[in-house]
Ligand binder design. Structure first.
Ligand code: NAP
Length: 254
């Protein structure tokens, strides 16, 4: 009875930034649970995610485009509706990071980071939310936040500002849409071994310092996110609204 609530049969999902990293693991998890999954990346090369979704027996498509561009957000949403007919689950996963000391931080990087990591999340949530409200069948929106939704980090001022904004945006949207059956929640991944953290992992001092502080004593893997994403995208989480779920090997508790 309870296991059934994790099923996503007949649901249509879109996962941004799903051609690699955490997004790829989330896309495959949703497909294995029964959802059709639209995949997206900035690169024209679709990567392996669509093949994995197809191998799970679900419908899929790949759409490439830079989410810093408002028109790309609209086109991605419209493509999803054209392919699947409706959208039940939106995972705002795409995100970038730029590291530099605040005193030298280029304003172009600030503008780009805020556009991709925060503004695009609102644009896509607004498009998906309107659609879900009109249909009246509810839906699930999951934003990928960060430990820097809670902490300031070092050398990543735009990323910390954007991810802090994601936690607040998640709550703001949840407050408006919870009574309409739309769950808006977020996942705050800890330090995960993806391309996003290549520079950190390559720095022996930072890498050691980080590992010493992680109670689980290891970097997270993309698969570590999949269960949390599946939970927040399924009816198992129907009474969970505006929550930021840390999947961080215990980092925040330390
Ligand atoms: P990743 O391996 O670098 O993948 C990022 C994905 O986002 C890629 O598919 C990329 O597309 C897409 N993307 C980046 N900039 C884009 C843009 N301007 N327009 C459209 N798509 C764009 O990173 P990840 O570690 O999986 O990160 C996924 C999410 O988790 C991000 O929001 C990140 O901030 C968050 N996060 C990661 C960690 C971590 O430790 N890894 C920790 C906390 C939060 P392409 O593949 O085409 O380049």
């Amino acid at each position: 009875m309870y296991l059934e609530s994790f099923q996503l049969k007949g649901k249509n999902a879109l996962v941004t930034g799903s051609r690699r990293g955490l997004g790829a693991a989330i896309a495959v998890a949703l497909a294995e649970a029964g959802a059709n999954v639209g995949c997206h990346g900035r690169d024209r090369d679709p990567g392996a995610s669509c093949e994995a979704v197809s191998a799970a027996g679900r419908k899929t498509f790949y759409f490439s485009g830079d989410l810093a561009n408002a028109k790309t957000c609209t086109a991605l949403f419209e493509k999803t509706i054209a392919e699947f007919g409706s959208l039940d689950i939106l995972v705002n996963n795409a995100g970038a990071i730029h590291r530099a000391p605040a005193a030298e931080y280029p304003m172009e990087s600030w503008d780009e980071l805020i556009a991709v990591d925060l503004t695009a999340v609102f644009r896509l949530s607004q498009l998906a939310g309107r659609h879900m409200l009109q249909r009246g069948t509810g839906g699930k929106i999951v934003n990928i936040a960060s430990l820097l939704s809670f902490q300031g980090g070092v050398f990543v001022p735009a990323y910390a500002a954007a991810k802090g904004g994601i936690a607040q945006l998640t709550k703001a949207l949840a407050n408006e849409w919870a009574s309409k059956g739309i769950n808006v929640n977020a996942i705050a991944p800890g330090y995960m071994a993806t391309d996003n953290t290549t520079a950190l992992r390559a720095d022996p001092v930072r890498s050691r310092q980080l590992l010493e502080r992680i109670p689980a004593a290891r970097w997270g893997e993309p698969k570590d996110i999949a269960g949390a994403a599946l939970y927040l995208c399924s009816s198992a989480s129907d009474y969970v609204h505006g929550h930021v779920l840390a999947v961080d090997g215990g980092w925040l508790g330390r």
